[in-house]
Design a protein around this ligand. Sequence first.
Ligand SMILES: [Fe+2]
Ligand SMILES: [Fe+2]
Length: 129
Amino acid sequence: MSAVVSHDRILVGFKPIDDLHKEFESILAALNDPAEADYGAHLLALHEHLLRHCETEESYMLQEDYPHYARHKRAHGHLLDSVSEVRRKFDAGDVDAVRKYAADLMSWFAIHASTEDSELAAFLKGQTP
Ligand SMILES: [Fe+2]
Ligand SMILES: [Fe+2]
């Protein structure tokens, strides 16, 4: 059973990132919805979203010469590897792995949002007049 994560914990106060975070939340909710059985399509949507999500944050970091780019990008690398891995497991017929991954992902994401993404958002807000 995954912990209930309040919506506020994933918002960082920088609109383009918050928009991505809300989108993430709804895509993950679809993957976690027991009435929705199409794991393949929802996993693909999650993967596509996360590639764009990470890439958008990383382009802000590069554009504004963010000092913790390497560390933050490394965290994104682990996330993207984990979604690739669970898609491979799904393709091999392991639906339980998808259920477990989907149930646990918000806890990981909330920590990432309240640490790496919040720090980035504070930096970006300081850069923009
Ligand atoms: Fe993010
Ligand atoms: Fe991030």
